[in-house]
Ligand binder design. Structure first.
Ligand code: HEC
Length: 149
């Protein structure tokens, strides 16, 4: 009886998704990652770079005051954000609650252009490119410490 109980606990612990990680953005789902790579090439690569490298000098504002597209690889700050925030930014763009009212940005909203499943697929692909132990543990720690809503 005891053994069954502990076995169950272990199972539950394995299946729990860490806070901030959404099972729909799954870098280990090969089908999702491959769909995501296609969506990325078609809809994101133009600005964020074919290899997720972002635009040159992406930390520096352009003459028009807007920011260039940041990398989505480990050198950027995309991995600092929980999955639901990445989903929201991709779907509705950098508007409240993701940016201040009136914020001017070149990041388009993909509502009406991409289905939710395609957005989760592209996030799965982007996440599949975060592989270094440093980034993965820093991200896990950040998500763990995220204030709960
Ligand atoms: C027309 C250019 C353009 C395209 C196309 C584009 N983006 Fe962006 N994206 C930007 C720019 C510019 C920013 C930074 C904007 C800012 O900070 O004001 C950005 C920011 C982001 C951010 C926030 C990153 C962070 O670390 O804060 C995410 C997430 C993002 N883009 C996802 C995507 C995805 C996914 C696609 C494809 C489905 C995509 N973008 C397509 C220009 C683009």
């Amino acid at each position: 009886m005891r053994r069954v109980f502990f076995g169950l606990l272990a199972l539950m612990a394995c299946e729990a998704t860490p806070p901030g990680d959404d099972p729909r953005a799954n870098p280990r789902d090969a089908a999702k990652v491959s769909l995501g790579a296609k969506v990325y090439a078609q809809h994101c690569a133009l600005c964020h770079g074919a290899n997720l490298e972002g635009q040159p000098n992406w930390r520096q504002a352009l003459p028009n005051g807007r920011l260039p597209a940041p990398p989505h690889d480990e050198s950027g700050h995309t991995w600092h954000h929980p999955d639901d925030v990445l989903f929201g930014i991709t779907k509705i763009g950098l508007v409240p609650p993701y940016a201040p009212v009136g914020y001017q940005s070149d990041m388009p909203a993909f509502t009406g252009k991409l289905a939710d499943d395609e957005i989760w697929a592209v996030l799965s692909y982007i996440k599949s490119r975060w592989t270094s132990a440093d980034v993965l543990s820093a991200r896990a720690e950040m998500l763990q410490n995220r204030p709960r809503r």
